[in-house]
Write a protein that binds this ligand. Sequence first.
Ligand SMILES: NC(=O)c1ccc[n+]([C@@H]2O[C@H](COP(=O)([O-])OP(=O)(O)OC[C@H]3O[C@@H](n4cnc5c(N)ncnc54)[C@H](O)[C@@H]3O)[C@@H](O)[C@H]2O)c1
Length: 257
Amino acid sequence: MTVMDKFKLDGKVAYVTGAAQGIGEALATGLAEAGADVAIVDINQEKAEAAAKRIAEATGRKTKAYAVDVTDPENAGKLVDQVVADFGGLHAAFHNAGMAHNVPAEDLSVEDWHKMINLNMHAVFYGTQAAGRYMLENGGGSIVNTGSMSASIVNVPQPQIHYNTSKAGVVHMSKSFAVEWATRGVRVNTISPGYIATELLQSAELAPLREEWESVTPQRRLGQAEELAGIAVYLASDASTFATGSDFIVDGGYTAV
Ligand SMILES: NC(=O)c1ccc[n+]([C@@H]2O[C@H](COP(=O)([O-])OP(=O)(O)OC[C@H]3O[C@@H](n4cnc5c(N)ncnc54)[C@H](O)[C@@H]3O)[C@@H](O)[C@H]2O)c1
């Protein structure tokens, strides 16, 4: 089997959370382009259905939208069961739904701290545990969680202590799952993007910072969500069978300087 054969995802089933737009949609599109059938999971049902339709039309693969709030721990196992019932299995699970928010550390409310950690970190735990439970019993699989370069560095100038903390948690949590399951066929890795031009960065507080981010990124530009699809396909595929517990930073050189 050639390395290009190993990258093929024909016959595999994946789900991606936060896949109605942005990075999640780009990851899901890449997986479908490589041959996977893909469940599009998002809290926004209308947008999830539109994304599922776009991806199915563009790739010819089976897709289905699932309206799910990933912060409810009960939903994680139900989602796995539904995807397995609808698609006949689950080989790759991408936990990508997340949020951003800026506020100085001394002004951050307890509510906003919990809201961030709940979505960006706790929901990733619920999903990884549920997908892992299925994969451990059903021939293994690959779990990929969206971290951020903010897990390794503290961004400037925007104050986002709760975001940075949540992403550091995702990366170390994923390594911990990976080590526990390393001999049992379930791999767990993180994709940690640098600045990517999505709606997440379009808020009134973040949009004005774009030029500054470009100037401190060695490639002097923001990334496009599609530029993360390659690493997603690699991690979901048999090309990456020795990769587990790793954090794949894709950031135009930002964390190298
Ligand atoms: N854009 C960047 O520069 C960047 C950089 C590093 C990491 N990330 C991370 O990448 C991931 C995706 O970011 P994006 O830029 O595509 O953001 P985005 O805001 O464009 O998309 C996030 C998606 O998550 C969904 N979502 C939000 N809450 C949810 C919930 N409770 N349940 C289910 N779905 C929910 C939203 O509806 C949306 O479709 C996030 O985890 C983010 O932290 C983004």
